[in-house]
Write a protein that binds this ligand. Structure first.
Ligand code: SF4
Length: 321
């Protein structure tokens, strides 16, 4: 019998939730079976208790995305208080135009993931959603992600309506952000934009200039709450000086983050364990520090090269130690 693992105490379900494209609200991405109602159709309510978690790896650590709410859920008093009471990690669509070789969102196999990425997004029933959210009496921080959230047909209206009383942030590859977006929303209600710069998919799809133009439109509109990351695919690392210079010319600076891949992106090689020591010097090794509940529970530092993500060969996430 597996020895019982120390448990990380998480606020998932209490004041942080995961929302899926169909509006279903769940405790978190890894606990999709624990339902909390539907943000479009109603019946939504939060739990009144914390959740002990002993997973090896957490795909979307809600507690870490908004640590103040984690502290508040554990009984700490925030000073000053946050302007919102709940955090919602919203996979608003699975559609994405990039089809990055190191990305599987739905899966578990690439074929079904690609099918989901190629399925056109549905408009969000924003009138119904605002009714449900307002009825909850809570103020939210909605973190939009996907797929690519800006492929949702009525995304500008969704952000406009939600930012009347709530806050919105996003994870985006920036290439589908409508150029008029930044002039049509209240920047004071926009939190952080995590921008993923997918260098090779951009080149493959001839979208590099699009990315640069979209970045310039955002900055020219005066928005500066963003961070930019690049997944450290070996082909990118080989030419990293060239790319730093290419994007740096346009004011685009980025962090290299570890690629988690079970062997699909670089034929047969599993990442991050396959990085060389020289490659690791260029990568933000601590980037995934908060994604390992067992380690976090023991307050142990994570050596990301010891993590082997699940793949078609092994359905389990494992630590090689
Ligand atoms: S640590 Fe991650 S998987 Fe565990 S309950 Fe929290 S959000 Fe869910």
């Amino acid at each position: 019998m597996e020895p019982s693992q120390p448990k990380w105490i998480c606020n998932a379900g209490k004041n942080a939730v995961s929302i899926l494209p169909d509006g279903s609200v769940n405790v978190c991405w890894d606990r999709k079976e624990e339902h909390l109602g539907n943000i479009f159709r109603g019946g939504f309510s939060l739990r009144d208790h914390l959740v002990p978690c002993s997973l090896v790896h957490c795909a979307c650590p809600l507690w870490a995305f908004e640590k103040n709410l984690h502290a508040e859920a554990k009984g700490e008093t925030l000073n000053p208080p946050l302007p919102y009471q709940a955090y919602a990690h919203w996979h608003i669509t699975y559609e994405c135009q990039m089809l990055c070789e190191y990305c599987i969102v739905t899966g578990p196999d690439r074929a079904s993931d690609t099918r989901d990425k190629k399925t056109r997004s549905l408009p969000v029933p924003i009138d119904d959603m605002v009714k449900v959210v307002d009825a909850s009496g809570l103020s939210f921080y909605f973190s939009l992600m996907g797929g690519e959230p800006f492929l949702v047909p009525n995304i500008v209206e969704v952000v406009q309506r939600l930012t009347e009383r709530h806050y919105v942030g996003a994870n985006t590859n920036l290439c589908a952000v409508p150029r008029h977006f930044w002039k049509s929303i209240n920047h004071d209600r926009i939190g952080n934009f995590h921008i993923s710069l997918h260098i090779y998919p951009l080149e493959r799809k001839n979208l590099t200039q699009d990315f640069i133009d979209s970045f310039k439109t955002m900055v020219d509109a005066g928005f500066n709450r963003y961070n930019i990351t690049v997944v450290a695919h070996p082909k990118v690392i080989d030419r990293i000086d060239y790319y730093r210079e290419l994007f740096g010319r346009h004011g685009i600076a980025f962090k290299l983050i570890p690629m988690l891949d079970g062997g699909g992106a670089v034929k047969g090689k599993v990442y991050p364990e396959s990085y060389t020591s020289d490659e690791l010097k260029l990568i933000e090794r601590d980037w995934l520090e908060d994604y390992f509940p067992q380690k976090n529970a023991k307050n142990e530092k994570v050596d990301v090269t010891k993590f082997r993500p699940r793949s078609l060969k092994s359905t389990k996430n494992t630590m090689l130690e």
